[in-house]
Ligand binder design. Structure first.
Ligand code: NAD
Length: 473
């Protein structure tokens, strides 16, 4: 029998489930269709499990260096089975939490694969959802007033370097490694590549990163990218930039061997495993888009600013629409879409107000324009930069690498961007994000009293440094 809903959401990841909760609070009768587990990539194959592994790597590294803090430890060893168990128990706890939230919000969850049907006996417009149930029972038919497509993305592979899940892995398989390899080649020095390079190097794995472009983290501010290169080299990571991997040359056996063209020469790289981290593709296949007028360009669903597709009652959010593929972006987009369905007149999201974070050691975080992007947009910029080396709390922590960089407009004094690399900067970026939302100037950030001793003092100092007024540097 067909079920009627105000909203059916395809995909129960961070975008989909947060949208469902918002919808339920707005009084919409809501259902989610999820083919795997609620929580999606972020909870099961992305943010949470990778950060749990990164934390273990950090603790291992710090324990080995404990002597620096006056703490004696003898020959600390790693129990990777326990590392994986800890990761899984965090994921399981949060998964239960999301399931509980669905119950609390009276949100129906259909475990199966949902497809959008064209106009049918159920509805004169496209949008009826047919769910192929995981338990093999007859398909469910859901008739919604609105649909939200939140089907996410999957790791890309490269032709010739197809993921076999054993020797050549994507981050999906890497997260489930039972044992650490002795060595690994990481193809792609973007966010995933650098988080894994940092983690595996801290676990003691020999890491080589092959990045196609001249810089790792190519979308970050160039100063950040340069500092990360320095920090990765300090960890012993071999970073090769401007490296053109030649997939035809791949040889796999118990390990993997591949050639890359570097500075006009062919160099052979060899390791026990390979991780391919060259971006993620939107999940647009088999979900029935051909039954609708929804436009797909460059593999992503096209929407307006409130996330309506060409079918105005079908919305799409998160990785499936491209843009910034971040969990917090997906959930924010989901809330905007749902509020629009409920006639709430939501405020559109401004990408320059979206913080982004990289959880390597050291961490990276940023919001707004890079110095280069600001100049390309025609701003006459001024820059303030302040090192953690001069911050008391960073010395106390024993982590003094990195800096805070603030980019401002000389003419209007407006804040244009904030970029940080160093200890706990992913927890500090929200101040800069709030400053962006409030259209603050560096002067206003400097007027904000930063408690002493804290790492956040580096933000206040960098804000003062925009006009050369920093105190401790
Ligand atoms: P990415 O776009 O961040 O980086 C891909 C890198 O691969 C780029 O540096 C690119 O130049 C390089 N590359 C592309 N083709 C190559 C080739 N043939 N040989 C060598 N290098 C090549 O993508 P990602 O790291 O796979 O991450 C995917 C998405 O997931 C990103 O949008 C990212 O922001 C998101 N993500 C975010 C977080 C976080 O917020 N901490 C963590 C993981 C992933």
């Amino acid at each position: 029998m067909a079920q009627e809903y105000d909203l059916v959401i395809l995909g129960g990841g961070t975008g989909g489930y947060v949208a469902a909760i918002r919808a339920s609070k707005l009084g919409l009768k809501t259902a989610i269709v999820e083919k795997r587990e609620l929580g999606g990539t972020c909870l099961h194959r992305g943010c949470i499990p990778s950060k749990a592994l990164l934390r273990s790597a950090e603790v291992f590294k710090q324990t080995k260096e404990a002597d620096r803090y006056g703490v004696s430890t003898e020959n600390p060893t790693l129990n990777f089975t326990k590392v994986q168990e800890r990761k899984q128990s965090i994921v399981d706890t949060l998964h239960k939490g999301v399931q509980g939230l669905m119950k609390k919000g009276k949100i129906d969850v259909y475990e199966g694969f949902g497809r959008i049907l064209g106009p049918s006996i159920f509805s004169p417009t496209a949008g009826t959802i047919s769910v192929e149930m995981n338990n093999g029972e007859e398909n469910e038919m859901l008739i919604p007033k609105n649909v939200l497509v939140a089907t996410g993305s999957t790791p890309k592979s490269l032709p010739g370097l197809e993921i076999d899940g054993e020797v050549v892995m994507s981050s999906d398989e890497a997260l489930h490694m039972k044992e650490l390899p002795e060595s690994i080649i990481i193809v792609g020095g973007g966010v995933i590549g650098i988080e894994w390079a940092s983690m595996l190097a801290d676990f003691g794995v020999k890491v080589t990163v092959l990045e196609y472009l001249p810089h790792i983290l190519p979308t970050e501010d160039e100063d950040i990218s340069r500092e990360m290169l320095k920090q990765m080299k300090k960890k012993g990571v071999d970073i090769v930039t401007s490296a053109k991997v030649l997939p035809d040359t791949i040889e796999k056996d118990t390990g993997v061997k591949v050639d890359a063209e570097v500075d006009g020469e062919t160099v052979t790289y060899e390791a026990e495993r390979m991780l391919v981290s060259v971006g993620r593709s939107a999940n647009v296949d088999n979900i029935g888009l051909e039954n609708t007028d929804i436009q797909v360009e460059n593999g992503t669903i096209q929407t307006n600013k409130v996330y309506q597709t060409k079918e105005s009652h079908i919305y799409a959010i998160g990785d499936v629409i491209g843009g910034m593929q971040l969990a917090h972006v997906a959930s924010h987009e989901g809330m905007i879409a749902v509020e629009h369905m409920a006639d709430q007149n939501p405020h559109p999201m401004n990408p320059e107000q979206v913080p982004s974070c990289i959880y390597s050691n050291p961490e990276v975080s940023s919001v707004g324009l890079t110095e280069k992007a600001a100049k390309e947009k025609g701003f006459d910029v001024k820059v303030g930069k302040f090192p953690f080396q001069a911050i008391g709390k960073a010395l106390v922590h024993g982590e003094t690498d990195g800096f805070v960089k603030i980019v401002a407009d000389k003419e209007t004094e407006d804040l244009l961007g904030v970029h940080m690399i160093g200890p706990h900067v992913t927890d500090m970026i929200s101040e800069a994000a709030l400053a962006q939302v409030l259209d603050a100037t560096p002067w206003e950030i400097a007027e904000t009293i930063h408690p002493h001793p804290t790492l956040s003092e580096a933000i206040g100092e960098a804000a003062m440094a925009v006009d050369g007024n920093q105190i401790h540097g």
